[in-house]
Structure formats: structure tokens, C-alpha cells
Write a protein that binds this ligand. Structure first.
Ligand code: HEM
Ligand SMILES: [Cu+2]
Length: 565
């Protein structure tokens, strides 16, 4: 079958972009960054209100802005970017045309319309229901309809991805198995289909409820909503882990240590993640203890195991690649001599460490039924998930964007020093922000509360001074991260507008196989590199010790809450 299109081979990377896919990837990534910018502006309002000494916004505005911040960041920024990653991992890495480009554009339009409609509803003021939109609290109908349209668009995007895999297979544009990065993206897309269908099962009834047409049981809502809410986080994890493998390949030429182990780890996500969603309901009186325990004390660990495997094999692959280049001295020469001046590599490495130590360990701690009671609904929870969705997913996507500026957008980056500095500022201030948020949460400061001091209330609560201190530090860390975010938007949007145009490379009418000497060849082919990474093993031991200690500290803390007699 021949379809008239063209293929551009990027002279800098050896990647090949089909004309339609290229436009779609650009459009989705660009709109994603606009949402990130907007959500970042809203973060200023949220953070300056939670800073007790400032307490900027009034309650109504705070909840409106917080609702929009949650949705614009977690849903719109991340999913637009993920659709771009899906098209990249199929059409670009497999060197084939994208399936049904017109339908992909339809998906894009639905997503744009849905996301705008949802935001308009929020800013009209009567839909401050938070990202979770638990019933019976009701938003305007267009709030739900916006989410539904967006989700239908994203679902169509996933099917375009699957269609593109079929095109590549049929037109034999790759040899052997699909590359690992594409495989990881495929698991993300499979999870996305499940997630979006669960979302439909519960958001459509909520929409009908807002129209007065039916009633939705709150317990059923919460249970099904988390099949959406939790799984959507696994889409993020599967996607950003795929990007980790991609960046290991493009920055260092690293191949996976073992294709089989990594693929199995991706499969574990598909098999176990939905069950783990019970960790969001640990404090819910409506569901039984046995169900909670089976899901979160057994099945959840299979999904955690998958992330730990990736956390071991991605740095491991980097280490093996570095050792092959001759950086073999001691345990860590490979790491010291890594390309720390390359924002793409630095961003991914900071993301891996932060995701594991800050997001991962705390997630497992919170997912333990007894310990969950110490921190449920405290600001510890956003502390944990900013470590996963911001340090993990967002920082990884920022790092990838820097790579894509010359390769996909064909522009020279306008301020490479600022880009590098941005990655470190954003990454480390987010580490700090998450840590102090978790500190405040451990002291009991609640989540989503515009005024922890209850000023003017008859029965004010006496917080320890440390709680106020921590929340002040949340404000400072948050502002630093926002500056990092502004720098990111400036560098990326500025490069697209004013960056020097780069040579677009050869354009041909037919797809060509990957050149053996392409710098990205490791990302576009199959094959393992072997397991000899003593430095990574040492890091894994540090991780294990941190894990055990942190677990112990929290059990100890729990044990002091109620005196025994
Ligand atoms: C510039 C950096 C950011 C800062 C300073 C920031 C700050 C905050 C703060 C202070 C809260 C409120 C916590 C509370 O009162 O309960 C919050 C909530 C939240 N943030 Fe961020 N954030 C940032 C970036 C992001 C990003 C990139 C994402 C997603 C990818 C994100 C997702 C969320 C979500 C989902 C909520 C919860 C909303 C809810 O409780 O319904 N944030 N953020
Ligand atoms: Cu979850």
C-alpha cells in the first residue's frame, strides 16, 4: 500500500520523521507545554496561599485555582505530552508512517476542546470540586463533558498508536522485535485504554448526575474513580521509564542490560497495577480490610518490583555503556564522567534518583494500611506525588523536550546554559519542596487547606512551630521550582520562536532503515548489553538501606501515637 507522504532523516540524530507524524508530535508537545505553563502560573497562587505567612488567596479562589492546577498539570500537560511520546515511539522509532493521520488530528482537536471546556467551567467558579471531583459534590456539566471529550480524544490517540504499530509490522519497517522503548510505550498505551474506559464508566454517570438525570453512589464513585486515578499514574510511570531507556540510548548509546528482564518489568505494570489502586482507599470505611490487605500488601509489590527493576536496569545500562567507553576506575568513575553538562541526561538522572528515593519509598510507606493512617489526607500526600509526577514524569519530559528542540523542531536552543541550570534548579528545588511537604504532613498539616491556622475560629488548633516552618519552606521551595518552570517555558518556546533554524536533512518519498552509524541506533533496535554494573549495585544497596530505615522510622512513629497500657 502506498500513501503519499515524505520522510525526513534528521542529520543530527539519524531519526526519521514522517511528515504527518512530525506535525502531530509537534502540535501535541507544544500544547502540552502551554498547559504546563498555565498550570505553573496557577501553582503560584496555590503555593503562596499555603505559605502561612502569606495566605494569599481567599478560600473560594484557592479551591478554584487548586482544582485547575491539579487538572491542567496532571491531566492536560502530561497526557498531551504522552500522546506526542506515543507517536514518536511508534512512527519515529519504527521508521514508518503514522496510521490514520486525519483521525489523529480529530483526537487532537477533541483534546484541545475538552481541556479548554473543562478550564472554562472551573474558572466560572462553580466547579471547584478538585481533580478527584468526588460526588455528591457537583461541578457544572461542562466540567465533566470537557473531561469526557478530552478522554475520548486521548483514547483515539492510543488507537492511532496501535494502528501505527500494525503499519510498521505490515510494511516491515523494523527487524525482529520492536525496540524496548516502543514496547514500554505500548504497555503505557494498553494501560491507558483500561484507564480511559474506567474513567468513562464513572465520569459519564457523574456528568449525567450533574444534569439531574441520575444519582451516583459516592462509594462506587470513589472505588471506580481510582481505577482511573491510580492507573493514569501507571501510564505516566510506564511512559517516563520508556523515556529513561530512550535517553540512556541517545545520550550514552546504552542498550538495556537485559531486554527480557526489562520487558517483563513492563508487563508487571499491566498485570498488577489496577489492583494496587486500593492504596487510595485505605482510609475508606466502605471497603473491607481483607480486600485492602490483599491488594496493597501483596499485589501492589509486584508493581513496585517492576519499578525497582527499571530503577536498577536503567542506571545499570548507563554504567555498562560508560564502562565500555573506558570509564572503569572504581565504583563510580562512570557516573562522575557522565555527561552532566547535557540537560537531557542530567534531567533524566535527577529524575531517576528522585523518583526512586522520594517518590518510590514514600509511596510504598503510604501504601501500607497501618502507616497510611498517619498521613492520610495530610500534605504528605501531595509531597509524595510531586516526587512522582513532577520529579519523575515532568522532569523527564522536560529533559526529552530539550533533546527534541534541534531534532524535531529543527531549531538551535536559544539559551543552552539556562537550560542546563534550569534542570538542576527545577529538579533540586522540587526534591526540597517534596521533602518539606512530607515533613509538614508528618506533623499532621492537612492537604488542600487554604488556612492551616484556622484564623478567627473559636477552636483554633495549636500547631508546633516546626509545622509553620515547614510550610514556609514549602513556599520557598515551590517558588524556586516555579522559577525553574518559567525558565523551561522560556527556553523551549523561545527556541521555537527565535532559535536559529537548523538543516532539516534529507527528505525522501520512502521510509529507509536505520543507518548503522546513527547516534540513536540503540534506541531503534533490539538487543541486550549484559549485567556488569557494580556501581549501580552499590547504589541499589543504599536505596535498600534508606528504604528499611524509613520504614522503621514510620512504624516507630506510629507506635508512639497510641500509648500501650
Ligand atoms: C512548579 C512547580 C509546582 C508547585 C510549586 C506546585 C505546588 C502545589 C501545591 C502547593 C499544591 C497544593 C497542595 C495542597 O494544598 O493540598 C499542589 C497540588 C497539586 N499539584 Fe502541584 N505544583 C507544581 C507542579 C505540579 C506539576 C508539574 C504537577 C503534575 C504533573 C502537579 C500536580 C498537582 C496535583 C495533581 C495537585 C493536587 C490537586 C488536588 O489536591 O486536587 N503540580 N501543587
Ligand atoms: Cu496510586
Amino acid at each position: 500500500m502506498s500513501v503519499s507522504t515524505t520522510y525526513r532523516t534528521c542529520p543530527r540524530s539519524g531519526l526519521q520523521f514522517e511528515a504527518q507524524a512530525e506535525k502531530l508530535i509537534k502540535a501535541n508537545a507544544f500544547v502540552a507545554v502551554l498547559w504546563l505553563a498555565f498550570g505553573g502560573i496557577l501553582a503560584i497562587g496555590v503555593v503562596l496561599t499555603r505559605w502561612p505567612a502569606i495566605r494569599w488567596l481567599e478560600a473560594d479562589t484557592f479551591y478554584m485555582v487548586l482544582t485547575a492546577h491539579g487538572l491542567d498539570m496532571l491531566i492536560f500537560w502530561i497526557i498531551f505530552f504522552e500522546i506526542a511520546v506515543l507517536y514518536f515511539c511508534s512512527s519515529t522509532l519504527l521508521r514508518c508512517r503514522i496510521a490514520t493521520p486525519k483521525i489523529a488530528w480529530l483526537a487532537f482537536v477533541l483534546m484541545v476542546v475538552g481541556s479548554v471546556m473543562n478550564n472554562v467551567a472551573v474558572f466560572r467558579g462553580a466547579s471547584s470540586v478538585m481533580m478527584t471531583s468526588y460526588v455528591p459534590m457537583m461541578a457544572e456539566p461542562s466540567f465533566y463533558l470537557g473531561i469526557i471529550l478530552f478522554a475520548v480524544g486521548a483514547l483515539i490517540g492510543c488507537f492511532v498508536f496501535f494502528g501505527t504499530l500494525v503499519v510498521a509490522k505490515r510494511e516491515k519497517t523494523y527487524e525482529g522485535s520492536i525496540p524496548l522503548v516502543t514496547f514500554g510505550a505500548m504497555t503505557a498505551a494498553i494501560i491507558a485504554v483500561f484507564t480511559l474506559l474506567s474513567g468513562a464508566i464513572i465520569i459519564i454517570p457523574a456528568w449525567l448526575m450533574s444534569l439531574g438525570l441520575m444519582n451516583v453512589d459516592p462509594l462506587i464513585y470513589r472505588t471506580v474513580w481510582w481505577a482511573l486515578g491510580h492507573s493514569s499514574q501507571q501510564i505516566n510511570v510506564a511512559t517516563h521509564v520508556s523515556v529513561w531507556y530512550l535517553v540512556a540510548a541517545i545520550a550514552l548509546g546504552a542498550k538495556p542490560m537485559s531486554e527480557r528482564v526489562s520487558r517483563m518489568a513492563f508487563l508487571l505494570y499491566i498485570l498488577f497495577l489496577q489492583l494496587a489502586s486500593a492504596h487510595h482507599l485505605l482510609a475508606d470505611p466502605g471497603v473491607g480490610t481483607a480486600w485492602k490487605v490483599v491488594n496493597t500488601s501483596y499485589f501492589m509489590y509486584a508493581a513496585v518490583l517492576a519499578s525497582m527493576l527499571h530503577g536498577l536496569t536503567v542506571p545499570g545500562a548507563m554504567e555498562v555503556a560508560q564502562r565500555q567507553k573506558g570509564y572503569t576506575k572504581g565504583l563510580f568513575e562512570w557516573l562522575r564522567k557522565a555527561p552532566w553538562g547535557n540537560p537531557t541526561f542530567a534531567g533524566v538522572f535527577i529524575s531517576i534518583i528522585g523518583f526512586g528515593f522520594l517518590g518510590g519509598i514514600t509511596g510504598v510507606m503510604m501504601g501500607t494500611e497501618q502507616l497510611n493512617l498517619i498521613i492520610h489526607n495530610t500534605i504528605y500526600v501531595p509531597g509524595h506525588f510531586h516526587a512522582t509526577v513532577v520529579v519523575g514524569t515532568t522532569l523527564t519530559f522536560m529533559a526529552l523536550t530539550y533533546y527534541l528542540i534541534p531534532v524535531l523542531f529543527k531549531r538551535e536552543m536559544i539559551a543552552p546554559k539556562l537550560a542546563l541550570w534550569q534542570i538542576y534548579l527545577f529538579g533540586f528545588s522540587m526534591y526540597f519542596f517534596c521533602l518539606v511537604m512530607m515533613g509538614a504532613g508528618t506533623l499532621g498539616v492537612s492537604r488542600r487547606h487554604w488556612d492551616m491556622a484556622f484564623e478567627g475560629a473559636a477552636l483554633a488548633y495549636e500547631w508546633p512551630g516546626a509545622a509553620y516552618l515547614m510550610m514556609g519552606l514549602v513556599g520557598i521551595g515551590g517558588l524556586a521550582a516555579i522559577f525553574g518552570g518559567i525558565a523551561f517555558v522560556y527556553v523551549t518556546v523561545g527556541s521555537l520562536l527565535w532559535g536559529r533554524k537548523l538543516d532539516e536533512g534529507k527528505v525522501s518519498a520512502v521510509a529507509t532503515p536505520v543507518p548503522r552509524a546513527a547516534p540513536t541506533v540503540a534506541a531503534q533496535t533490539y538487543g541486550s548489553m549484559g549485567f556488569a554494573a557494580p556501581g549501580t549495585f552499590a547504589l541499589a544497596m543504599v536505596f535498600l538501606i534508606a528504604f528499611v530505615l524509613y520504614y522503621f522510622i514510620n512504624w516507630k512513629y506510629l507506635s508512639t501515637l497510641w500509648g500501650m497500657s
